[in-house]
Design a protein around this ligand. Structure first.
Ligand SMILES: NC(=O)c1ccc[n+]([C@@H]2O[C@H](COP(=O)([O-])OP(=O)(O)OC[C@H]3O[C@@H](n4cnc5c(N)ncnc54)[C@H](OP(=O)(O)O)[C@@H]3O)[C@@H](O)[C@H]2O)c1
Length: 343
């Protein structure tokens, strides 16, 4: 068993001031400060998700304990393992569970986690590519899985994706298009339309398309399925606009957490509302889903989805951008130095 040669690590640390306000900064911490866990991983790449920005700005619904290192995703190389399932030198990834919430996360050169959170890097993906997916891609894949499980096929009709230019949305557009679905991407960014078409969207429309403010319990049935990252009235509109036996995968809340609905979409159209919780998806089921993402569902050009790759020093700006819904695609985080990072 090899051991970490360093005793400190670079990380992005979030601390609270006297007024309880959160402040994040790149710094260095002793490796001993990492939490308990039987696998120590040297992180090559992490990523930026909406949830990370909430954690980094002190949202207590995501992170209760400070000082804290955010980063719900990490991909890297095992350095130490007390689990027989993993060996030093092995390439692995971790997404979700408590990583980056109340367990120090991937915005650091190292993470120490329970082996029950670790997934071997799927064949066909580099560490960098696995983080282009990250939690966003895993969530999109869980949504695709739910839609397929519900027997929706490309022949069933159009699939709508909301918040389409964001991390989850863009990966959902790319994977569904790869699988032959006619995808209608909903985006509030006119300048993202070309990007979404490049990912395979057949049509791109503005947010008004799925924001009906009438009190009609049912609207014209258009969608065979949906991946909703927005929530609120957008989700309510999507549910009221589905065809018979559609599947709506609900995964996000950027547009709101409350919605007004009747039971009619469910009892008159048989709509299935499928909640997506990527953090707690059982570890036993993760490798098979990752293998689909690396194989038949893999978008044609994963690098197209990368908005930028940032260092710990460059995180502040992108945190503010994702909170304002301004990011197009995915932001990768490279916590280590150049030579330790896989190309
Ligand atoms: N359930 C889970 O397991 C899970 C996992 C990952 C993420 N999530 C949730 O999914 C959501 C998206 O996450 P993400 O990481 O993909 O975030 P993101 O990259 O910021 O994407 C969100 C997108 O939503 C759209 N948007 C932003 N504000 C909006 C508003 N007020 N009304 C309507 N649309 C708005 C924007 O896209 P356009 O400009 O293109 O419209 C934005 O790019 C978040 O709520 C996140 O917490 C849930």
């Amino acid at each position: 068993m090899s051991e970490a040669t360093e005793t400190t690590m670079a990380c992005y640390l979030v601390e609270l001031d006297d007024q309880g306000r959160a402040h994040g900064r790149p710094t260095s911490q002793p490796l001993d400060a990492l939490p308990e866990g039987d696998v120590l991983i040297r992180v090559a790449y992490s990523s930026l998700n909406y949830k990370d920005a909430l954690s980094a700005t002190g949202n207590r619904g995501v992170t209760r304990h400070f000082p804290h290192v955010p980063g719900i995703d990490a991909a890297g190389t095992v350095v130490e393992s007390r689990s027989p399932k993993f060996s030093p030198g092995q390439k692995v990834l971790v997404t979700g569970f408590d990583l980056g919430q109340n367990t120090w996360g991937g915005w650091a050169q190292y993470v120490r986690v329970p082996s029950g959170w670790v997934v071997p890097l799927p064949e066909g993906l580099s560490l960098r590519e696995s983080m282009i997916f990250g939690t966003a891609g895993f969530t999109a894949a869980m949504s695709v899985e739910a839609i397929l499980h519900h027997d929706v096929t490309p022949e069933s009709g159009e699939v709508v994706v909301t918040g389409a230019s964001g991390g989850v949305g863009s990966l959902a557009v790319a994977m569904l298009s790869k699988l032959g679905f006619r995808v209608v991407a909903i985006s509030g960014k006119p300048h993202a339309h070309d990007f979404l078409r490049q990912l395979g969207a057949a049509e791109v429309a503005g947010r008004d398309t799925v924001n009906d403010t009438s009190d009609k319990p049912l609207l014209r049935g258009r969608w065979a399925a949906a991946v909703d990252t927005v929530g609120g009235n957008t989700l309510a509109t999507v549910i009221r606009s589905t065809k018979h036996h559609a599947c709506v995968a609900a995964c996000g809340l950027v547009g709101g957490v409350e919605m007004s609905l009747t039971v009619f979409p469910f009892i008159l159209r048989g709509v299935c509302l499928c909640g997506i919780d990527s953090a707690e998806w059982p570890i036993q089921r993760r490798p098979a889903l990752w293998q689909k993402m690396a194989g038949p569902w893999r978008p044609n050009d994963l690098e197209t989805l990368v908005a930028k790759t940032v260092t710990l020093e460059q995180l502040d700006e992108v945190i503010q951008q994702i909170l304002k819904g301004e990011i197009i695609g995915r932001v990768l985080v490279r916590p280590g130095d150049e030579k330790a990072t896989e190309p």
